[in-house]
Design a protein around this ligand. Sequence first.
Ligand code: ATP
Length: 348
Amino acid sequence: MTALTLKDLTKTYPGGNQAAVRGLSLTVESGTLTALLGPSGCGKTTTMKLIAGLIAPDAGDIRLNDRSIVGVPPERRGVAMVFQNPLLFPHLTVAGNVGFGLRMRGLSPAQIAAQVDPMLARVRLEGLDHRRPIELSGGQQQRAALARALILKPDVLLLDEPLSNLDPSLRDDMRSLIRELQRETGITTLVVTHDQAEAVALSDRIALLLDGKLAQHGPPEDFYRRPATEAVARFFGGVNFVPGQSRAGRFHSALGPLTLPRGVIDGDALLTIRPEALRLGPGPNPREARVDGITFLGTQTRVELSVSGTTLQALTTPDQAADLRSGTEIAIALPPDALWLLPSPAKP
Ligand code: ATP
């Protein structure tokens, strides 16, 4: 299995006033499915094209198992890329599309059929082998494009927003299929997405890109429980940020002294607590809070609170929120284990 390493990768497009990718270093561990996550324009597709060899970096290196592939033509990199738009050959049948790469490699029609048939079954396109791409649904086209890439057994598979053109109902199926195929084949896979929930549901590791730079890389739960910066926390739905100082295991801020988890170092910091971790009711680090607003969101209810003049948000179940009334005072708790300190924002 193949590890993919990006080292100080930089790319500025001609005429671009800032780099689309800036000093990006990232190791995608072999056999993992990693989500390359970030908002629109942060450089995700540019990174994929650099790895696939469709564009060249201005600086930096791309290594597969410690061999540089910068300068190696795309078709000899062992990298297959599936685009957001499936880009199937319109004049070829589904079987012709899926077997195309094998034909280019000089395999006989019998050898090609022996691989194409099971691959079509694997992506649930059996019986559709004689159709043209125009006769397929969007989801079926995506599955054909995935089959066309997988049949070549690439060292690295790149999927650019594979779910974004699909209806929500098809998205779950495609997500499960990608996950299953990746586990079965063990192919090191990088999936681009701008949707944090999708990245969490799909991947072993997330690499979050913000403004062309790597903001954090690690297992999905780290982005909720241990975000590296305020920007990372906000991207993952963080809403509660309170400036203050950590001293001798306590956090001093407008909320008054709060007991921190063990091992937190002293200094200026920005306290954060996930809205779903803020407890409505008695508990550790208790506070009095005024209910300022209640918003029913379907499966959850958002409760806006004011604690000593600081606004905090909690997410709770509709059942738990049923007895709350705006304008009333309630007890809340900020459990130490749910408190996380971020670096203080840079002073202007
Ligand atoms: P999206 O999620 O919207 O696809 P992205 O994260 O994939 O965004 P990129 O497509 O990599 O972002 O673009 C990064 C930056 O580079 C953007 O500012 C974009 O406008 C710019 N850019 C992308 N392609 C080109 C190009 N061919 N020429 C000039 N600038 C480009």
